[in-house]
Design a protein around this ligand. Sequence first.
Ligand SMILES: Nc1nc2c(ncn2[C@@H]2O[C@H](COP(=O)(O)OP(=O)(O)O)[C@@H](O)[C@H]2O)c(=O)[nH]1
Ligand SMILES: [Mg+2]
Length: 329
Amino acid sequence: MPANLTPAYHAAEKRYRQANTPDEKLEALREMLAVMPKHKGTDKLQADIKRRMSQLKDQSRKAPAARQVPMWVIEKVGAGQVPVIGPPNAGKSALIARTTHADVRVAEYPFTTQTPTPAMMPFENIQIQLIDAPAWSEDFDVGWLPELARRSDACVLMADLSDARTAEAIAYIVEAMEARDVVLIGEVPDEREGFEVCIPTLLAANKREAPGALDTLLELETLFGDRFPIAAMSVEEGTGIDEFKQALFNVMQIIRVFTKQPHKEADLGEPFVLPVGSTVHDLAGKIHKEILANFRFGRLWGASGRFQGQRVGEEHVLVDGDIVELHTR
Ligand SMILES: Nc1nc2c(ncn2[C@@H]2O[C@H](COP(=O)(O)OP(=O)(O)O)[C@@H](O)[C@H]2O)c(=O)[nH]1
Ligand SMILES: [Mg+2]
């Protein structure tokens, strides 16, 4: 049932999501509860907010000196920002070292990576910004990782198939993220309920050549196959890497669109990257606001057209690989 939440509620919810301390969070939750319409459609949300409030109160009783969590904000470049998260030793840094030109440390011992390190991974005609993140486990809580994930375009969750208990480690991370309102999921639902943020996520199952890996992979498929697409690979042997890149691109739900000028060849160099479902209007806006303001019509070559060179309006929905000629006044 639609809850018909007010702008005041959404403003308070935004404050909640951006709050840095438990006190700020509590304050924002109080406000959300106060301004929200109280009817059947919001019962679940009200209960949810009350539960979070009591959790926060519990927490602050246990740890009176709430420590500040350091924040990392990494400038987004390329087609999307994608942290690679997972338990220690899964091969997160090894994957980044193999797929990008970055010089990241790969080590036998856990917790080598302490700060997030961005690196560009080429995929066909685009670059995806991977972030090497610290390991996260029950014994080593990285408070700012959910914040990094929340601001990202997608996540890679990496499991270690050489570890028979990797499914537990993955479940721990998924739950710990969810407790901080970050829902890692393969396909983000259209209708969002509550105030969590859903981040499209690929489960990367590394070390598939290791002894016992197949059993562990089957367990992951049973437990998480409905929730995430799974890409099995061996970074060390260099197998499954191309499939991993393709699977990540699919999870990101983006399309690549090219533009051309009238009577000229299309520029098939660097595409414009847009979310799935974007229109000619969105493309024009991304190029220049003057093009948007003076837009007359487009001509389209590609899979979304009925025929090549078809005339299209602003509302035409584009697909991956489309070429668009924009005509302005
Ligand atoms: N057997 C095997 N070992 C791997 C593979 N990929 C990485 N490793 C090893 O796993 C260890 C941890 O790798 P690292 O990238 O530092 O893990 P991180 O903690 O997740 O960043 C290193 O000794 C790597 O050489 C793989 O595909 N197979
Ligand atoms: Mg590492």
